[in-house]
Design a binder for this molecule. Structure first.
Ligand code: ARG
Ligand code: GLU
Length: 726
């Protein structure tokens, strides 16, 4: 009997272990050996931690490249061939696109290296090595120090570490806080500066489903593009030169043709941007109840106006497509995030966790004394910050993100600042760069649409901001005779500002400095932004920053507290754009009552979604032909179909776009590009029941490259393997 109980116990404990660790965590490659290796191998991984991260020999990490600082990419050939997402390379693809060579619409394929297209400013960064420098960074730091002294002590320490670290030629160093500033890690990096565009599918494949399908599973997007890193004759970073040679990597990823099955081990390696996994329940509640709804409502209003204009005019549709996509991306994400937190009782789970935390404190006097104040203090601070946080978000959304004219006005404010601080030289320098940027901006700008957005959003701003004084400039305008409504204010500004067209800006820029500065200062858009931002800074932002600093200090202590109170629990640091490993398995999920999603999509699904002529769901003719002829070559799955995308339990976030999905042996099986809507809350609360990352199946990529584009030169360059079929 006892034996059975014991066996059952072992069974349940291991079951729990399995469920609890099905994918949560963004782990530091350096620490895999001590924290994760065993579990990864239990989950089916055939590699060692050393195969993934090593400084002594080539390892997986040498194939993982930070792409432009905002996405991830990976090497897939011995000649520096780089794979990332279509949406990561979109800016580059767009910049080479002209009416004659419409690479966005038709795709682009360099048939030989001399056709590959350089991209000034685009970088590819390698991690040479990682080091835990916590001890040196926190040297001399005392618990009782005030924040300022603490920070300056640390800053000095970091300078010291940097000064005494030996770097090889072209190596760079950065040190970043982890675990809310309780630990510090150093990264030695090397950045290549000649990265060329090699190939991209047409938008109908690379962006199939566009905004409608964004964050959505089931998904059918071939979100990939190829680039190549070039180096000087010593394989070192160099500025673009026609003499540069393809980079020779220490390691590149072989590509598996055997695909994935449910429950297969998957590892995603990349540069996740930002997460907040250790927030107290009060913060999560505030996000769900107050901040997300406000931000969603603002974007909702703006998007509706832009959408109506796009539907009415095909020219506007082109001009606003990418702006609309940018605004819609996080609008949609926040909706999913709030829903997911509600659906999985995310706040309740945080509260349970906090109750356990408090219980542990009650049982341990020493811990109680040290950490007993934390949760009550959080409650107080989050209550205190709420009106300021809401105001802060309102200001950001309205002033910086959604009203385009105010962005220009902000640049003009900086231009004036340049003049005031650096005289005419500063002015001229900034003016030149600004004029350049604004040319591109006005190409896709419609003041009549923006004016409507202005009127609608400032109505919300005035009515909903909880700190009255912040909107006093608007109230004041409303008392003027010719401005009875928010639309009147908008009309007044847009009709009298120089900044609604490039022509207007050029007229000002042609004037002598003194006159130009005066004109700018008297411009209604400039005065508006000036009074609005002053009111905001005085009545909200100062206080917001003060409370926020207090929260951050408390958060550091709370992070340490959680580690002390739950010494057996493994903690991973929040994402901070540094290199991380996450692992999980291929898995479907129950999205809502009676709805279960399968983990793999097929070309059949592309055809199901096909809407001839649609700007989101059209399918290129050639792809239809391949589908009807079932001309799939070596890229079909065992069931004879072409797989498109699959989902897994890997814990990813923005910045993981373009990250490789790697199998148990270290081969490439897919390319991460999104998450499923219901689980976007994983930035605050990962829940293995619904959090899924979305990857393109690498066989779809190869199929498109080979059968669709006929770019056999690329296929020949890659190393295709069959790990499952020996
Ligand atoms: N949701 C993905 C990511 O955050 C893809 C975004 C690009 N695609 C789009 N349709 N907007 O960032
Ligand atoms: N599309 C995101 C990116 O650009 C990845 C999706 C996510 O947030 O997980 O990094």
């Amino acid at each position: 009997m006892q034996r059975i109980v014991k066996i059952l116990l072992v069974f349940f404990v291991s079951l729990q272990f399995h469920v609890a660790f099905a994918g949560e965590g963004m782990w530091i490659p350096l620490l895999l050996k001590s924290l994760n290796e065993k579990e990864m191998q239990n989950m089916g991984m055939k590699m060692t931690a050393e195969d993934i991260y090593s400084v002594n020999k080539g390892s997986l990490k040498d194939a993982i490249v930070h792409f432009g600082g905002f996405c991830t990419s990976e090497l897939v050939s011995s000649n520096g061939l780089l794979l990332t997402n279509h949406h990561c390379g979109y800016g580059q693809i767009q910049s080479h696109t002209t009416l004659e060579n419409n690479y966005i619409r038709d795709g682009f394929w360099a048939k030989s290296m001399d056709q590959e297209l350089p991209n000034p400013g685009l970088t590819a960064t390698f991690i040479v090595r990682i080091k835990d420098v916590t001890e040196a960074a926190l040297n001399g730091v005392k618990d009782k120090m005030d924040e300022k002294t603490r920070q300056s002590t640390i800053d000095l320490n970091l300078e010291q570490i940097k000064a005494t670290t030996r770097l090889a030629a072209q190596e760079e160093i950065s040190i970043k806080p982890f675990y809310k500033g309780n630990q510090y890690f150093m990264f030695v990096t090397m950045t290549y500066r000649d990265v060329r565009l090699v190939g991209a599918p047409p938008e109908m494949i690379g962006k199939f489903g566009s905004d409608t399908d964004n964050w959505v599973w089931p998904r059918h997007t071939g979100d990939f593009a190829f680039f190549r890193i070039y180096a000087d004759e010593n394989n070192m970073p160099a500025d673009y030169s026609p003499d540069n040679k393809p980079y020779q990597p220490k390691h590149y990823l072989p590509i598996s043709l055997d695909g994935v099955a449910e429950d297969d081990f998957t590892l995603v390696f990349g540069f996740p941007g930002r997460t907040n996994e250790y927030l107290p329940s009060y913060a999560v509640e505030q996000t769900v109840e107050v901040l997300n709804p406000a931000k969603i409502a603002i974007r909702d209003r703006a998007l509706k106006i832009v959408d109506a204009a796009m539907r009415a005019d095909p020219q506007v549709k082109i001009q606003y497509a990418s702006k609309f996509a940018r605004i819609a991306n996080y609008w949609k994400k926040w909706i999913g995030e709030s829903q997911g937190l509600k659906q999985t009782n995310g706040i309740g789970k945080k509260q349970d966790y906090e109750a356990k935390f408090e219980k542990k404190l009650t049982d341990n006097k020493k811990l109680k004394k040290k950490y007993g104040h934390l949760l009550p203090k959080f409650k107080e601070l989050y209550t205190e910050i709420e009106p300021y946080a809401l105001t802060h978000d309102y200001y950001n959304e309205v002033v910086f993100r959604n009203v385009e004219l105010l962005r220009v006005a902000n640049y003009m404010t900086r231009l004036v600042g340049q003049f005031e601080n650096n005289g005419e030289a500063g002015y001229d320098n900034y003016k030149g760069r600004l004029a350049n940027y604004l040319k591109g901006f006005y190409k896709d700008y419609r003041p009549e649409i923006d004016r409507k957005v202005f009127g609608a959003l400032f109505e919300m701003y005035d009515k909903n901001i909880p700190i009255q004084n912040v909107s006093s400039p608007i109230k004041q305008l409303l008392t003027q005779r010719n401005m009875k409504s928010y639309d009147d204010i908008a009309t007044n500004i847009y009709e009298n500002s120089y900044f609604t067209s490039m022509g207007g800006v050029e007229r000002v820029f042609a004037m002598d400095v003194a006159t130009a500065i005066e004109k700018i200062k008297n411009d209604p858009a400039y005065s508006f932004i000036k009074s609005v931002s002053e009111a905001f800074n005085t009545h909200a932002e100062k206080e917001y920053n003060r409370i926020n600093d207090e929260i951050n200090t408390l958060m550091r202590s709370y992070m340490q507290a959680q580690m002390d109170v739950f010494p057996k629990k493994r903690f991973y640091p929040d994402a901070n754009s540094t290199m991380r490993v996450t692992y999980g398995k291929v898995d479907g999920y129950n999205a809502r009552d009676a709805v279960r999603y399968m983990p793999v999509t097929y070309l059949e699904g592309v055809m199901e979604k096909y809407v001839p002529g649609d700007y989101e769901f059209d399918v290129p003719k050639k792809l239809q032909e391949l589908y009807h002829a079932k001309d799939y070559g070596q890229y079909a799955a065992d069931n004879g179909k072409i797989p498109i995308c699959f989902i897994g339990t890997n814990h990813t976030t923005g910045g993981n776009s373009g990250s490789p999905a790697i199998d148990a042996h270290g081969n490439l099986i897919g390319l991460n590009f999104d998450r499923a809507w219901e689980g976007t809350m994983s930035d605050m609360n990962y829940d293995a029941s619904i959090c899924r990352n979305i990857m393109v199946d690498v066989r779809y990529i190869l199929f498109i490259v080979d059968k669709y584009a006929g770019a056999s030169n690329l296929i020949d360059e890659m190393k295709l393997v069959h790990p499952k079929k020996k």
